[in-house]
Design a protein around this ligand. Sequence first.
Ligand code: PFF
Ligand code: NA
Length: 442
Amino acid sequence: MSSVEVPREQWATRIGFIFAAVGSAVGLGNIWRFPFQVGQEGGAAFLVMYLMFIVAVGFPAMLVEFVVGRYTERNPVGALREIGSGAWRYVGWIFVATGFVILSYYSVVAGWTIRYTILGLQDGYIADAGEAEAQFVTLASGLDAIALHAVFMLAVIVIVGAGIKRGIELAVKVMVPAIILITIGLAIYAATLEGASEAYAYYLAPEWSVIAANWTSILPAAAGQAFFTLSLGMGVMITYASYLGENRNLAEDGAIVIGFDTAIAFVTGLIVFPVLFTAGVDPADPGAGAIFVSLAAAFGDLTLGWLIGAVFFGTVAIAALSSAISLMEVVVSYVVDERDVNRPTAAVVVGGGLFVLGIPSAYDLVLLDLFDLFADQILLVLGGLLLVVLVSWFLSDLAIAELERGIGDLGWYGSAWIWLARTLVVLVLIVALVLGILDYVE
Ligand code: PFF
Ligand code: NA
C-alpha cells in the first residue's frame, strides 16, 4: 500500500463522464453481436426481451458499479478492499484480471478494423465470399495483425497516459459525437439501398415462435449480451465513477448511458442488414470474424462500397478505441493508486504487457477465441456476480445512501433497486455463469 500525495484527478465536466461511459459501452458488442442476435433469435421478439434485461438487470448492475466507484474514489482493487471484509477484499483483482485479458485480444480485433479501413481505401473489398474469407484469414493473423495490434495499443497508451481530463475526456468528446453522427449518416444511406425493406423485415419482424422454441438458450444469451454491451463486470464503471467529484444524479447518468448504447446497437442493425441484403450476402451464420468476411464482401458488391466500407470500419475502429481506453484505465488506475507509479509510466508498462499477452491471439485465431470465451463467459460474469452480491446483500444501506447523494430521498425506489439486484440480477448472473462454464468445459 502506498500513500499517493498527488490529488486524484476528476472529470472536468458532467458530459465528459457521460461521453466516457458511452464510449466504453458502445463497441463491438453493439456493432457486431447485437444486430446478428436480433436477426437470428426472433427479430422484434428478441428485441423486446433484450430491452427488458437491459432495464431490469443492466440498469441495477450499472448503478451498483457507479455507487462503489464514487463512494470509494478508488480503482476496483482499492475499492473492494475498502468496502469488503474477509475474502471479499480480493474481488477487485478479478476486475483487473478481466480487463487485462479482454484488452489483450480486443486490441488484436481492433487492429483488424484498422486493416479493413485501409483495405477499402487502398484496394477496395472483394465481392466473392470465398476469396473474402481467404483474405481475412491471411490478414487476421501473423505479422500484419501483430503490427496493427501494436499500433492500436500505442493509441490507447497515449490517450490513457495523458490522464483523465487531458487524455480520456478530450478523446471521447471527439470520438463519441463522431460515432453517433456517422452511424446515423450510414443508416440514412442504407435506407436508400435496394434491399432495405427486405432487410428491415428480417431484422424487425417479431417471430414469437423462434423465442418460444429456444427460450432456454435465448434468455441467458440476452442477459449476457445486456451485461457485456454495457461494459459491466469489468470494473470499468467503478473506475470511471471513481473520478466523479460532485454529487451527481447517478441514476440519470446511468439511464443516459444505457439509452445511447441501446440506440447505437439498434441503428447499427439498420445499416448492416440493408447492406447485406442489397449485396445478396446471407445474414445468417455470422461465425468468428464474420464482420470482416460477409460485410466486406457485401461492400465489395456495392457502388462506392470501398468508401462506405472504409467509413464503416473506421467508425468501428473508433468505437473499439473508446472502449479499449476504458479497460486500460481499469488496470492503470490500479497501478497509479496502489503502486506509486506515475500515470505515463503505468500506461507504457501496462500497454507493453498487454501487447505481449495479445501476441498469441494475433498469431492464432483459435487462441483468440479461447481467451474471449474465458473472459466473457466466466471472468466477466463472476466479477459482476460477486460485486452485486456483496453490495446488495451486505452493504445495501451504504449503497442507497450513496445513490441518494445527488438525488435526494429515493423512497421505495431505493429498496426496489436493492431487491432487484438481490434477486433477479443475482439469479440471472448465476445461470449465465453456470452455462458459461459448461460451454467452456465442452
Ligand atoms: N461494452 C463493450 C461493447 O459492447 O463492445 C464491451 C467492451 C469490450 C468494453 C472491450 C471495453 C472493451 F475493451
Ligand atoms: Na455495447
